[in-house]
Structures are given as C-alpha cells and as structure tokens.
Design a protein around this ligand. Structure first.
Ligand code: HEM
Length: 294
C-alpha cells in the first residue's frame, strides 16, 4: 500500500511539472490548449491556483494542490473507470440486456446525430449501471473514525431454516465509544436478500426499475456512500457513465474477446469478472471486443 501511495505521489508530481511547463510556455497567449497535461482543465486550474502570486489567501498551498489532485485522480478517475470496466464486460456477457439498452438508446436517439443521453430519461441504461455498482461497488467497505461516544441502532436477523431468506428480529442498541472505527460494509448491504430478494447474486438491472407496485430499496444501496461525506461526484459519475455506455452501445456491439468466444458462458464470466482489492475494487481481466453496428 505504501509503495502504491509513493507511486501515486510521483505520478502526481509528474503531472504538476508538466502542467507548470505548459502554463509557463503559454503565458501571454489568449488560449491554452491543455494538450500537455492531457487536456486536463481541472489540473491546469489547480496548478494555476498554486502558482498565483497576487495574494497569499487565494493561493493554493502545495499540500492543498496534491490533496485535490489525489481526490480527482483517485476519487474521480479510478472509481469511474473501474466501474465502467465491469459494466462493459457485463454488456458482453449479457447480450439480451445489451439489446434492451440499445433499444432504449435508439428510441431516445433515433438519428445519428450525437445527442448526449440524459440519466433521467435513460432509465434502463441507468439501471444497468446501478446494478453494476450494486454487485461491484468501487468501495466495498468504508471505515469511519468515531469522534465522540455514541450508539447505533441494530436489528438481529435470523435465517429461515436452510433457506437463504432472513427474518427481521429483535432491535438492540450498540454503544460505540469515541476513537472506535466503524466499518460500513457496503457489500453486505448490497448482497442482503432481505432487501434485494433471493436472486441477489444475479445481474438483474430490472430490479432498479420502479413500477406501480415496486420501489427499489434506496435505503439498501450505498455505492456512493451517503450523508455529509458522501460522494460529491455522484451525479457527474452517473451522467458520464451513462453517456459512455449509451454512446458506445449505439455504435458498437460489445462482445466477449475472440479467445474466449468458444468457451462456456460460466467460464467466460469467471475469466472476465476477476477482481482484486486495491485502493478501490479493481477488475484484473476486463476485456471486450467491439464490432461496429451496420
Ligand atoms: C462510479 C464512480 C464513483 C463512485 C462509485 C464513487 C464513490 C465514492 C464513495 C463511496 C465516497 C465516500 C468515501 C468515504 O467515505 O471514504 C466518495 C467520496 C468522494 N468522491 Fe466519489 N465516487 C465516484 C465518482 C466520483 C467522481 C467522478 C468524482 C469527482 C469528479 C468524485 C469525487 C469524490 C470526492 C471529492 C469524495 C470525497 C468527499 C468528502 O470526503 O467529502 N467521485 N466517492
């Protein structure tokens, strides 16, 4: 882990050096292209704020600069890219669900003009991505430091015989002393049959579609955490991911890679959905093949 952070620090330093060079080279020019730092406007703005000389109060300190870059690289980039990697593999593994997604996108976007799909109307695409995050949340467990003595309400559950279903039992209060660490087990919540039904392990985007008689359980879904320190990038992440899925599926058929095409579905699934726990949940073998739609 320490090596990882040292690598990340070196990488951030490299980005800052390149962004500084670009700012200096473009000084006085009216338009800055952002090409040197990969077109990263946020990075350039942060480095400019760090270089600002006019007032101490407006200047971003070096620590603030690195802390912000760290947040955007890790909190913003790694989470989104890993989640999308899982989503693309799932498109390939579930062609009938990919077809439903394509039908939605084609209905909302009938011509070939690049209209950016909006998350509030792309219901199925959003459900597809939400289901991806239910099964593979980028941050499956979150640790929270407890500042002051407090208590948490709890409920005992019991298993119904040999079945996987659970029955809600007696309520209790759990004292939590200051300086404890509370682990929020997002994974346990997302895989709890009490909230999600017996098919918790199945990839079923339809469970995120409300009907007249069903509302999906918002209280049992926390891929972006919640409350005051929940993800500030949630809306952006949903919008960009939906846009990415819709635009790619509109133009390409997403398929399993050629070397796995002859294998059984369960073998393909096992190979392509491997992951490890890094700073975020990291897919280790997510590969797909794209075939342009005619
Ligand atoms: C699928 C994509 C994403 C997922 C699953 C995700 C998930 C999360 C989670 C679980 C947290 C809480 C972490 C904790 O309590 O320790 C968090 C915090 C945060 N996220 Fe995201 N995130 C995503 C995308 C983004 C994007 C795109 C941005 C920015 C552009 C972003 C910026 C942040 C920031 C700055 C925080 C810290 C908020 C704070 O501490 O007050 N995230 N995210």
């Amino acid at each position: 882990m320490n090596d990882g952070y040292a690598d990340m620090r070196r990488h951030m330093m490299d980005l800052v050096v390149r962004a500084r060079q670009e700012i200096v080279e473009n000084e006085g020019k009216s338009e800055v292209t952002g090409k040197g730092s990969g077109g990263a406007a946020i990075l350039r703005n942060l480095v400019e704020a760090n270089l600002a000389l006019d007032s101490e109060h407006r200047r971003l300190t070096a620590d603030e600069l690195f802390s912000n870059i760290f947040s955007f690289l890790l909190a913003g980039h790694e989470t989104s890219s890993h989640s999308l990697s899982f989503a693309f593999v799932l498109l390939a593994l579930y062609p009938e669900k990919q077809q439903t997604l394509l039908e939605e996108v084609s209905r909302l976007w009938p011509g070939n003009e690049p209209v950016s799909p909006h998350s509030s109307v792309c219901e199925y695409t959003l459900a597809f991505f939400r289901e991806t995050l239910r099964l593979w949340p980028a941050e499956p467990r979150l640790a929270k430091d407890v500042d002051a003595d407090t208590s948490l309400p709890g409920v005992h559950f019991s298993r119904n015989g040999n079945e996987t279903s659970l029955t809600e039992g007696q309520a209790y209060t759990l004292p939590v002393p200051a300086r404890s660490i509370v682990m929020l087990d997002i994974w346990a919540l997302h895989y709890n049959p009490l909230h999600w039904g017996e098919d918790v392990h199945e990839f079923t985007p339809e469970r995120f579609l409300d009907t007249d008689t069903y509302r999906w359980p918002r209280h049992a879904y926390m891929p972006f955490s919640t409350g005051a320190r929940g993800c500030i990038g949630m809306r952006f992440a949903l919008a960009e991911s939906i846009c990415m899925l819709a635009c790619v599926v509109r133009q390409y058929e997403v398929l399993v890679p050629a070397d796995l095409a002859g294998k059984s579905w369960s073998e393909q699934k096992e190979v392509l959905l491997q992951w490890t726990t890094g700073v975020t949940l990291t897919p280790t073998n997510a590969r797909v093949r794209l075939r342009r739609r005619v």
